[in-house]
Design a protein around this ligand. Structure first.
Ligand code: ZN
Length: 235
């Protein structure tokens, strides 16, 4: 009886998806009821980096000699006009929030059994410029972190890292505001909470690594803090 009810439920869900089809964020085909954001075909073909066990992987090398990250990596490889670009574009510009959470979950599954990323206890999403976040209504990296936390028991400490626009008032704050370089302005809040933590910094795409470097630099200024980085994609 119960099985019949389940089958009927699935059938109803599939019927509903025919009437109002949800679309795959990778290839835009209609999703089946069991598929979330990505169809089975796209899931299978995600261009995974498969290099996260390697301490000399392409993402980690960006930071060698610049900032001492404990580990760094990415789930997928980004290529112009490829599937990853389509998915990230939908996340950023088409309010495809669910796809971000699904990707975040995949990121968590990828990290779960990687010894190099063991011991991470908290997560911070790379903050957007406040103006940009107000305009978009959300920070896509925060959504990735939400998905990640469905898989890994990490405490969200997003509030500890803020991105601020440089103004003369902020510059005068002096000691409280630590500017890592001229291009990026990040500031640590609540230093006491960060002390002794191993933070996972989460970003959507890592290209030159400059933004993540700036974030990690200010976070690491808190004594006893360790920082690792994991991005949905690397260019
Ligand atoms: Zn697809």
């Amino acid at each position: 009886m119960r099985k019949a009810a389940t089958v009927a439920g699935l059938w109803a869900a599939d019927l509903w998806s025919l009437l109002a089809p949800r679309r795959c964020s990778g290839c835009d085909t209609a999703l089946l009821s069991h598929e979330e954001s990505l169809c089975d075909g796209c899931l299978e073909e995600l261009p995974l980096t498969r290099f996260n066990d390697d301490p000399f992987n392409a993402v980690e090398r960006l930071f060698h000699g610049k900032v001492p990250l404990t580990a760094a990596g990415a789930l997928m490889r980004f290529s112009a006009h490829g599937m990853v670009q389509r998915i990230l574009h939908r996340i950023k510009y088409a309010h495809d929030l669910e796809a971000a959470v699904v990707l975040g979950r995949l990121m968590g599954q990828e990290l779960r059994d990687r010894p190099r990323f063991a011991g991470i206890d908290s997560v911070i999403a790379v903050p957007l410029h406040p103006r940009k976040e107000r305009k978009r209504g959300y920070n896509q990296s925060r959504l990735l972190a939400d998905g990640l936390r469905e898989v890994l028991p990490l405490e969200p400490l997003h509030r500890c890292l803020q991105r601020v626009e440089r103004t003369s008032t902020q510059t005068r704050k002096g000691r409280l505001a630590r500017w890592s370089n001229v291009k990026e302005a990040f500031v640590v809040q609540d230093e006491a909470v960060l002390r002794g933590r191993h933070v996972l910094l989460v970003d959507d795409v890592v290209t030159t690594g400059a933004t993540a470097e700036a974030c990690a630099t200010v976070l690491l200024a808190t004594p006893g803090t360790r920082v690792s980085l994991f991005a949905a994609a690397c260019a």
